[in-house]
Design a protein around this ligand. Sequence first.
Ligand SMILES: [Zn+2]
Length: 384
Amino acid sequence: MRNTFVSLSLFLCVSPCQAAESALLSPNQKSCSELLKQDEVFRAHDFFRKGAESQTEVSGHGWTQHLYFGRVGLGGPHPEFLKTSLVPFFRSVNEALSPAFRIPESTEVVLAANQPSRYQDECGRIQLGISPGLVASDESSVGWSEDTVAVLTHEYAHQIFEENAVGRKEKIDSAELRAELSNIDLYRRYENIENLKLYLESRKVTPEFQLSFMLMETKIRSDLEKVSFDHYTSFLQYLWMPLNELFADAVVVALAHDSAAQSRAIERISGGSARSRDFGPKVLAADWRTAEIFPHDVYTPVRSYLWNSVLRKNLTSDASVILKQVYEAIWEELGFLTKEVGHLDGPSILGYFGKTGRLKQMNARLIQRIARRLPNASRRRIGK
Ligand SMILES: [Zn+2]
């Protein structure tokens, strides 16, 4: 397979879907609010959040969420954007997901000029890129399109994925996955501080704060030299991200009840093809082959199964229950894959996935895991 997974090693996650590289929560870790109190990196995070342009609280049945809104770079919609667009968005998405998922207690949306949209860190910062087709860059006309909804839903789904990973340690069967997740806090702190550096450049801070921030960064970098960064990135890029991206796309499609909600948004924004992320076409696991594989392309047959055998016939009110079963199946598969290849280095994992038929097996196996959890899904086994 030419170039199979090679691009993964560079990790190309084109706009609007930067995968959640910084996204992993270890199962025994503290919640974001606890981290904000106890960890210096997260306290710095909180410092920037307090400087957000505007904030508010939104609530619904059994959940309350604090929303922060900020901007990086020039231009972009004015702060009213929070009330006019973000509040109704989060109210609606949270209501739809809350029957089956834990809703994050805080989320921050930062509009960023000349940046891709991405989920940035596990305390819930979503960077929403300002580009034609997404929010308008003209302050006088705050744009809000179905593409914006798709992109924001996708990035927020990464946060939902992680938020619901907290406290899962007891539920994870795979000792290998438990060990993997327990070793990554340092990397998360590193990634957080790298993200925060960007904000340091755009905010006025005291010299004392700047100095303490620099000392913190130096300490983390020195700690990082003692551990294997390669191993961490291999795990995230090859095992975690394709599954996390699958989930994020599935949330978009399920809530919109539109098989092309995600792919159409990407195509309109990027101008390129996102056919492998369209849930509509019938793609059998047994037929699946692709010359170039990105994290978003690994599970195209699973996407096809989800729409054609499950979501198409269900109303959106059932979406959270279905998505929760998909989520559980994904964790099951992540445990399996970690046991199989988690101990290997990046090139060896590439070799594993590049082997003829391997992607077909991976898709068929995950489809079966989902189908077992959804007994009412179509009897037609697309994965076979
Ligand atoms: Zn993504």
